[in-house]
Design a protein around this ligand. Structure first.
Ligand SMILES: Cc1cc2nc3c(=O)[nH]c(=O)nc-3n(C[C@H](O)[C@H](O)[C@H](O)COP(=O)(O)OP(=O)(O)OC[C@H]3O[C@@H](n4cnc5c(N)ncnc54)[C@H](O)[C@@H]3O)c2cc1C
Ligand code: FES
Length: 324
């Protein structure tokens, strides 16, 4: 069996064991969350040995070339020498402001110590001083003075409950990333865009929307934001105002339970999308939020004619273990 060389230790891999699981089994406090290659929290760097392609999937080419990889999905065929990502490879940041956007969504504004290159809609991994790492999508534009995240409070959630209840302006975190392909690429300014998400899936969509508008996107842009109830929707007034200023932007606030009296659409979000947008040939789509909803919407968009290469999705996978 291949072995992992880490800080002077040699950890042989058990059968089918990932590099991350081998490190954790041997007592290494390696940050991680989804354990599925989706969140970037576990990022590490290899300096000797061959990294399987799957362990670098989704990373920037320049990072791949420098040996960065995701140990949670890394099953090397031969020995691998690795090290943790150190402070110089992360960007330090201070919490600048915390404002409640709804009962359970907090807007977290971060002031980065150094410029972070990103596209609105990508995500960063926020690492607390205790090493806990979770990923959050970026709702703000790169030239905004601060990075904006929307964090939903998860009951017993170690990062989200901390951000909602204990964190204060001035508290320090580190950022890894950015990661992800969910962002606006200019070049087809007349293409219709469909942005669909539930809960804080709005964060990346809000980033993509602002980026498309500032790039002068001319084609229609539709944003369908879904929640269980009216109180689960947020930024409703801002989005309605944007719709008044940009006639080619349409906002469809959608609730599963409620009435249409406040201008809301009532129904399951995939059904609403099907009814309003039955033909999506030639469209570009962005789908973010709850993993099951993302999966079902990706299928719906594809079956309605959207090419799979035009569908950009971020599923907010939860952490794999309560103890992670
Ligand atoms: C690519 C990506 C982007 C993301 N972007 C955002 C974002 O913009 N905003 C945002 O609020 N979140 C986002 N998330 C989710 C976020 O990373 C955390 O998983 C979330 O905040 C919960 O972390 P926590 O430490 O508070 O909870 P944990 O301590 O990790 O979880 C506590 C318990 O709740 C369970 N749990 C956690 N989340 C859920 C869930 N959604 N459904 C059911 N059970 C759950 C866990 O399995 C665990 O048992 C994103 C995730 C990914 C992978
Ligand atoms: S990418 Fe490895 S833990 Fe999420």
């Amino acid at each position: 069996m291949p072995a992992i060389h880490y800080e002077g230790n040699v950890f042989p891999l058990a059968e089918n064991e990932s590099v991350l699981d081998a490190l954790l089994r041997n007592g290494v406090l390696a940050p991680h969350s989804c354990k599925a290659g989706s969140c970037g929290s576990c990022l590490m760097r290899a300096f000797e040995g061959s990294i399987p392609a799957r362990a670098q999937q989704g990373l920037k080419e320049s990072w791949k070339a420098q040996g960065y990889f995701l140990p949670c999905v890394c099953h090397p065929a031969s020995d691998l020498s690795i090290r943790a990502v150190d402070a110089s490879e992360q960007v330090g940041a201070s919490i600048a402001a915390l404002d409640r956007l709804s009962d359970d969504v907090m807007r977290v504004r971060l002031q980065c110590d150094a410029p972070l290159e990103f596209h609105a809609g990508q995500y960063v991994t926020v690492v607390r001083e205790n090493g806990l790492a979770r990923s959050y999508s970026i709702a703000s534009l790169p030239d905004a003075p601060q990075l904006e995240l929307h964090v939903r409070r998860v009951a017993t959630g170690r990062m989200s409950a901390w951000l909602h209840e204990q964190a204060r302006p001035g508290d320090r975190v580190s950022l890894r990333g950015p990661f992800g392909e969910c962002f606006y690429v200019p070049g087809k300014e007349d293409q219709p865009l469909l942005l669909v998400g539930t809960g804080t899936g709005l964060a990346p969509l809000y980033g993509v929307l602002q980026d498309a508008l500032r790039h002068g996107h001319r084609g229609p842009i539709h944003l369908v934001h879904g929640a269980l109830h009216r109180r689960g929707l947020y930024l409703v007034d801002d989005l309605r105002r944007l719709g008044e200023h940009h006639t080619h932007f349409g906002y469809v606030p959608t609730v599963l339970n409620g009435t249409s009296s406040e201008g809301l659409t009532v129904g399951a979000i995939d059904q609403v999308v099907l009814e309003r947008f039955p033909k999506l040939n030639g469209w570009r789509g962005f789908v973010c939020g709850d993993p099951d909803v993302v999966k079902s919407l990706k299928k719906r968009l594809f079956l309605s004619g959207m090419a799979s290469r035009e569908i950009h999705a971020d599923a907010f996978l939860p952490s794999a273990q309560a103890a992670s």
